[in-house]
Design a protein around this ligand. Structure first.
Ligand SMILES: O=C(O)[C@H](O)[C@@H](O)[C@H](O)[C@H](O)COP(=O)(O)O
Length: 233
């Protein structure tokens, strides 16, 4: 578990974009295959995507997945996929076959069918999972006290009644998130300080879902000073 603290959210977004570029290049060189990257929704994550720069060839040789998705129409501005296209994927003209978006509402008869369809497309593991963290220490669409926290069989689940709108979502589950080689939490803002402190203190997963995610080889907390403000000195 490593923590890096940047002075503000702009510096954080730039630092994560730089780290991500280096990691993607490193995985391509060391494995000779396309890196398998899990994107997350949320404002700081989109700021990171906006900071990414070339070479375009690097980014076109990555397979992009999502840790969660709002279960809304494909053209809904709330879609994490749509926001990622606007922030990055379109800018670099990433080929469609590299973009593995979660199903939108209406593509399948139910959220459960959509979840199972996405699960069937997932690789055995991921090289890197990016996660934002909510003020309640949720990650992806795994929320405190929700039944999905206990899911150990299914790799993708539907979520109803999300406390963060919109209410219906799809989410990867802990077994998938924790099979990733590396997990990077990217968190900015004073409103996240308590969640960060709780997760890093090892609070029960029921109260702080972020505490339940670890990379196999690497777990990194990339913070700004505000979100780190409740950490012990
Ligand atoms: O679909 C979502 O809403 C996200 O995946 C969610 O898990 C997000 O990452 C956190 O809520 C942090 O979001 P912010 O960075 O905007 O606070």
């Amino acid at each position: 578990m490593t923590v890096q603290i940047l002075e503000d959210r702009d510096a954080l977004a730039r630092a994560v974009a730089h780290r991500l570029t280096e990691r993607v290049d490193e995985v391509q060189r060391s494995t000779g295959r396309r890196p398998r990257l899990v994107l997350t929704g949320g404002t700081i994550a989109n700021e990171v995507l906006r900071q990414l720069i070339g070479p375009v060839s690097l980014w076109r040789e990555v397979d992009y997945y999502w840790g969660d998705e709002r279960y809304v129409a494909a053209d809904d501005d709330d879609r994490n996929e749509k926001q990622a296209r606007e922030a990055f994927l379109t800018r670099f003209e990433i080929p469609e076959e590299r973009i593995h978006a979660m199903p939108a509402a209406g593509e399948y008869a139910s959220k459960d069918e959509a979840a199972d369809a996405y699960a069937a497309r997932l690789p055995d593991s991921f090289d890197l999972v990016l996660l934002g963290v909510g003020p309640d220490a949720h990650v992806a669409s795994l929320f405190p006290g929700f039944p999905q926290l206990g899911e150990q069989q299914r790799r993708v689940v539907g979520v109803d009644g999300s406390p963060k709108p919109p209410p219906e979502r799809l989410s990867l589950t802990y077994p998938v998130l924790n099979s990733a080689t590396a997990v990077w939490f990217v968190v900015a803002g004073e409103d996240k300080a308590a969640a960060v402190a709780a997760a890093l203190a090892g609070s029960p997963v029921e109260d702080a879902p972020a505490a339940g995610v670890r990379g196999v080889d690497e777990t990194l907390w990339l913070l700004d000073t505000d979100s780190a403000s409740r950490l012990p000195r």
